[in-house]
Structure formats: structure tokens, C-alpha cells
Design a protein around this ligand. Structure first.
Ligand code: PSU
Ligand code: MN
Length: 299
């Protein structure tokens, strides 16, 4: 499918499970507005009554922001929600998959899932999806609830190129520094598009991870957030949480422990990422590679 306008996919787990009401609803609407204001078309992704949707209606977004029965859907959950005709909020992994299904190449989110702290057995399906599905994912890196060095190692093992947008460092969500290097720095959307096209022309599978620093004014110092993360991680272990429950629990606990400042930082970086993703989608549309095989005209 070829979209008439440059399009940016947006995820819905952040709406249903990542942010509290009513901030989640306002944020979902604002991200769509920001994408439009920057020349692209937003397509918020979810599963409604078992149907994959890229481009939710305002009523559907409201439903995802307010209902407590919306399931968090990662890749392994897709066949279940489709077969049972359930409502599902899509994670980074499933939003990528659905976006690609609908021919959308650019996706904006807050943070990707990764390798959790601890024994290293909880690894988000987001990483595997980045290895196989061709979508440019614009994010603020990964939350420091995760093991960031292990997350980067995993991406490297699976051939995922990590771009720093205007930075040499991997983004640690609330903070602009992590001490960990990215693979390449890009200062413009056009540079990102060049790397994307090279990857495609080489026939390399998978996505591209573009990490954008949180705006300076919204950044939180690591020492303000780290005690809350450490406590939330400890509580999750004490409760024996497993699998898909872990990330939403950590996000909610950290928001409770750190209050408005971390919420505001989270909202600010999401909006910033929506803007950058729209710029990349526009640059992608204006720079379709000449080398792509031309389709024969129908006779
Ligand atoms: N990080 C955030 N906010 C979020 C998520 C991650 O700061 O809402 C969500 C995203 O949808 C991501 C998912 O894809 O959590 C990862 O969950 P898991 O670790 O269970 O794969
Ligand atoms: Mn997990």
C-alpha cells in the first residue's frame, strides 16, 4: 500500500498502559496534532474487536485511554486478540508490525522495551521486531528501568543500527546522557533517510532505531530518577511479576514515586519524537531512491 501523504505510526500501549488518564488521552491527541503540524499524517495503531487498525478514530482513542479491559499486545498476543476479537493496545513490536502491514515506514514512540535488569531472561519482543521488520522507530532510547548496555548489545547482535539524532550518545529517556555510544550520529532527517535507503538497498532486514534526546528544558537528572527506578525494580521482584506485567508496573510505580516531573518529562519527549518522526517521514517522501525498480505501467 502506498500512502498519499507521508505517514507516521503511533503506538497505543503508551496510551492504555504507559500513562495515567487524562494525560494519556491528551497526549494521544497532541501527538497526532504535532505530526499534522509537521506535514505528515498520523496513524495511531491498535486492535479493535480483533481488527488491526492504523489510523484510529477519536472515539477509538478515547476508548483506549479510558477502558480497563484493553489488553497489552506484543507479538505473541496478536493471534489471540484477533481470534477472540478483543481490543488490544500495541507495543513497539506490534505497532511496527502493523505499520509495515499497512505500508507505513516511520513510527514515533517514547521508549522501546529492552533487556530488563537482573538475570537477563526478560527481553522485550521490541528488540526482535527491530531485527526483522523494516520500520524507522523514533524514540528517546530506553528507560533506565532496563539494562541499557545489555539492550545495546542485543541490538548489535541482531544487526539493528542505532542512530543518535543530534547526539553521539544513546538516549536514557529522562536523561540526555547514558555514557553509551550510538553507532552513528545524524543531525538532519535527510541523513537518517540516507542510512535507511542504504540499508534497504543492501537488502538488510529489520528496522532502524533513531534515538532523540529529551529537550534540555525537560530533562531530569539521573540521580533524581535512579532511586525510584531501583525501588520499583525491587518491588516488581518482590511481587514476583512476570512477562508483560513487568513494564507497566515499573512505569506506574516510577510515576507514583517521582510525581509530576517525570510525567511531564515523559510527555515532552513523546511530543518531541512525534515532531522528529514527521520530519523524517516528509524527508523520506521527498527522497525516494532512484535505484528502486520502476513498476511496469499497466497496459
Ligand atoms: N517504555 C515507556 N513507556 C511505555 C513502554 C515502554 O517508557 O509505554 C511500552 C511500549 O509500548 C513498549 C512496551 O513497546 O512498553 C514494552 O513492554 P515489554 O517490556 O513487556 O515488551
Ligand atoms: Mn518483557
Amino acid at each position: 500500500m502506498h500512502h498519499l501523504h507521508p505517514t507516521v505510526a503511533l503506538e497505543s500501549t503508551v496510551i492504555s498502559h504507559g500513562l495515567p488518564y487524562p494525560h494519556n488521552l491528551a497526549l494521544a491527541r497532541e501527538m497526532e496534532e504535532i505530526v499534522r503540524a509537521n506535514g505528515a499524517e498520523p496513524a495511531t495503531v491498535a486492535i479493535i474487536g480483533g481488527e488491526l487498525i492504523a489510523g484510529l478514530s477519536p472515539a477509538q482513542i478515547h476508548h483506549l485511554a479510558t477502558s480497563s479491559t484493553v489488553r497489552k499486545v506484543s507479538r505473541r498476543d496478536l493471534p489471540i486478540v484477533v481470534a477472540k476479537k478483543l481490543d488490544g493496545a500495541t507495543t513497539v513490536a506490534t505497532t511496527m508490525w502493523v505499520a509495515h502491514h499497512f505500508g507505513i515506514a516511520v513510527f514515533a514512540t517514547g521508549g522501546i522495551g529492552g533487556v530488563h535488569r537482573g538475570e537477563g531472561t526478560d527481553i522485550s519482543a521490541d528488540l526482535q521486531e527491530l531485527a526483522q521488520t523494516p520500520v524507522i522507530v523514533v524514540c528517546a532510547g530506553a528507560k533506565a528501568i532496563l539494562d541499557l548496555p545489555a539492550t545495546l548489545e542485543h541490538l548489535e547482535t541482531h544487526g539493528v543500527t542505532v542512530v543518535g539524532y543530534g547526539t553521539n550518545e544513546f538516549q536514557a529517556f529522562y536523561t540526555r546522557t547514558s555514557g553509551l555510544p550510538v553507532d552513528v550520529r545524524c543531525d538532519t532527517a535527510a541523513e537518517v533517510v540516507k542510512i535507511w535507503h542504504a540499508k534497504q538497498q543492501l537488502g538488510l532486514p529489520g528496522g532502524l532505531l533513531v534515538t532523540v534526546p529529551i529537550p534540555v528544558a525537560d530533562e531530569l537528572p539521573a540521580d533524581e530518577i535512579e532511586p525510584a527506578i531501583a525501588q520499583a525494580v525491587k518491588e516488581a521482584a518482590m511481587r514476583g511479576l512476570r512477562s508483560a506485567e513487568v513494564t507497566p508496573f515499573l512505569l506506574t510505580r516510577i510515576a507514583d514515586l517521582t510525581g509530576e516531573r517525570s510525567l511531564n518529562a515523559n510527555l515532552a519527549l513523546l511530543k518531541n519524537n512525534a515532531r522528529v518522526a514527521a520530519e523524517i517521514a516528509v524527508a523520506l517522501r521527498h527522497d525516494e531512491p532512484a535505484e528502486l525498480p520502476q513498476r511496469e505501467p499497466f497496459s
